[in-house]
Every structure is written in structure tokens, then in C-alpha cells.
Design a protein around this ligand. Structure first.
Ligand code: 5GP
Ligand code: ZN
Length: 117
């Protein structure tokens, strides 16, 4: 499991890979998923390395709230508010987490079926 020194999303969030941010805040950045599952599929990640939702600590509460607020801001910028959208966090193997840096998926632009997989 990647630590901060060897983590794809740490590299993206730092700007080192030149990824375009479609929104950002003090503690979080948002960028398009490389393999979109919907017309709009954006990832919202903390700038700070946190491996998974389960690893959030009380000191992270401001950052965690910022992730949610930025997800809604992304939905607004993507024009998803009228039709609706979904925010997903995968934590662990059964959920299909493949990148071990906390991220929120913002999905929209089509009818999303089977809300609980
Ligand atoms: P997970 O399955 O861990 O919840 O989601 C990881 C997401 O990261 C996947 O949807 C995958 O397509 C996306 N992803 C993996 N590598 C990259 C990358 O290098 N750049 C971007 N923008 N997204 C990536
Ligand atoms: Zn990381």
C-alpha cells in the first residue's frame, strides 16, 4: 500500500504531474477520472495523504468537510445540479478501492442505476 512518498494521488495533488484541476481549495483538489464511468466523473482528494476513509482523525475534520463542499462545487461547475449526481467513497477491497489515497468520486450526467451496487 502506497505511503505519501510513493502515492499517485499525492503526486497529482502536488501538481507534479501537471494534471488539470477543475476546482481546488486549501486542503483539496478535484480532477477528472482517467477512466470515466459517467459523462462527468471527477475525483476530489485531500492534498494531505490519507490512505482511506477509515484513517481520518479528529484533526482532519476541517479537511473532511472541505472534501464534501468541494464535491458539491464540482457538481455545480459540471452542471449536474439540475439532473442530480452521486458522491462515492470506496474503502477497502470489497468496495473496489484501488488507489490508497482517500478520494470522493463525483458522478453525473446520466441516469445512475443501482445506488448500492
Ligand atoms: P477507486 O477504485 O480506488 O475508488 O478509484 C480510483 C480511481 O482512480 C479509478 O476510477 C481510476 O480510474 C482513477 N485513476 C487511476 N489512476 C489515475 C490517474 O493516473 N489519473 C486519474 N485522473 N485517475 C486515475
Ligand atoms: Zn497520497
Amino acid at each position: 500500500m502506497a505511503d505519501a512518498a510513493n502515492c499517485l494521488f499525492c503526486a497529482i495533488a502536488s501538481g507534479a504531474l501537471g494534471t488539470e484541476f477543475i476546482a481546488e481549495s486549501d486542503r483539496a483538489v478535484a480532477f477528472r477520472d482517467i477512466q470515466p464511468q459517467a459523462p462527468s466523473h471527477v475525483l476530489v482528494v485531500p492534498r494531505q495523504h490519507v490512505a482511506a476513509l477509515r484513517d481520518l482523525e479528529p484533526d482532519d475534520d476541517v479537511m473532511a468537510a472541505e472534501l464534501l463542499r468541494l464535491a458539491a462545487e464540482v457538481a455545480r461547475r459540471e452542471g449536474l445540479l439540475a439532473g442530480g449526481y452521486r458522491v462515492v467513497i470506496n474503502d477497502g477491497d470489497d468496495a473496489g478501492q484501488t488507489v490508497h489515497h482517500l478520494h470522493l468520486h463525483v458522478l453525473g450526467g446520466r441516469k445512475l442505476n443501482e445506488p448500492l451496487g
